[in-house]
Design a protein around this ligand. Sequence first.
Ligand SMILES: [Zn+2]
Length: 326
Amino acid sequence: MEGLRPDLPSMAEHGEIRTLHAEVFELRRANEILKFAEPHRERPACKRCRRVRPGYERARAGTHPSEPDPLMALATEVAPGVHRVADGLVNWYLIVDGGEVAMVDAGWPRSWSQVEAALTEIGRSPADVRSVVLTHAHPDHLGAAEAVRERCGATVHVYRDEVDRAHGKAKGSSPFTLVPGLAPHLWRPSAFGFVMHATVRGFMMPTWVTEVESFGSDAPIDAPGRLRAVPTPGHTEGHVALVLEEHGVVFSGDSIATLDVLTRERGARLLPDALNGDPAQTRESLTALGAIDAGLVLPGHGEPFEGTPASAVERARDVDDGGERA
Ligand SMILES: [Zn+2]
């Protein structure tokens, strides 16, 4: 029937509309969690019949360690002692080294409850977290770092060129600087959905980190896992990939992704230019990323890439249109 009624959405547009409906549905559920999983909140009862609202019990049950809420982040072990937490559309990771834990990135500004849930899931507690190591300081990766620093007594490690951004003092720190670049994409339901998703999780109101320890690329970082930094500037000025040499793993941050958060296309790729501070430099940094000796690439967005960074880079270059797409 397609084409007979040009005023009606095509089948492809139907698909997009369905995606949008799914996003709105997810947004509502996320709001339910925010509303009901708040530990200090009064148990809300119906004003007329005094009965406790059912959603509250469900959400509270979900926060109990023995019965994890399926909507909360789930940790998956992707390499020995390395756990991926898919926190909505962003990933962060837990590295368990002896009795201590390092986080690679810290999710969204409102991810503290996910941090607690993921630690419980892997049999650890906040007291075990010694370090947070950031690939970069965008609000979807810096996220709950300050909360982790304060509540776990952890040190937040940031590459030396990213320190100002982590404090919220760099020229492009404010999330609002991304808005003009994103605006032309918002006609796409998946892009609009990402913006809603990010907003619910606090993207527009980041909590900057007040105290950081900076690192360079010449020596391993003094944190569990003893990660080594490889500068991959472009997405932000001080973006780094982090290498866990012991297990042949590289955390690529946003230097390469396997999910385009604006279109939801999958497979190794660059993020859209709208999200990269310096798109040309982001492309140049693929060379440094591709030279890393590893067998597993763990990105900030999307599934793990099982292969060498060189093969991920080759694939990303193959599908790169040089920034022509609107
Ligand atoms: Zn990101």
